[in-house]
Design a protein around this ligand. Sequence first.
Ligand code: HEM
Length: 120
Amino acid sequence: MPATTRHRRINAATATWLYVRLSALGMLALVLIHLAIMHLGDGRESIDARFVRDRVGRPLWLVFDIALLLLALTHGMAGLRGMAGDYLKSRRATTVFAWASAAVTAAFAALGTAVLIALH
Ligand code: HEM
């Protein structure tokens, strides 16, 4: 196959490595906006239940909060998975860790998203 049409395949470790860095970039942007609004802007005086409810009540902020939650959760879990790949020696242990971390990620993603939607 000519070099120009050959597809380069990336393995799971490379994909995890890339995801940790891309999600870090995405998070950096959202975290700066979060800090500006919640801790320097409107929320500076008092962050109470009403402030949070009014904010999450707006569709754009609901999407923003869910995105930040999912990015932070998946970034942290992908980072842990990358570390596990470096330290765990047996293939079985790596597989068990991968499935367990996927289950924990899915459970917390569902719980966090459900809470934000319930507040909406
Ligand atoms: C805006 C916030 C954040 C930024 C910009 C960021 C950035 C990064 C970057 C660039 C790496 C790769 C470091 C390397 O391999 O040398 C990394 C790794 C990692 N991050 Fe984050 N991070 C952020 C928030 C978080 C949060 C909230 C968590 C936990 C939930 C977390 C957990 C981890 C873990 C476990 C690793 C893997 C560390 C390793 O491989 O030694 N990070 N982060």
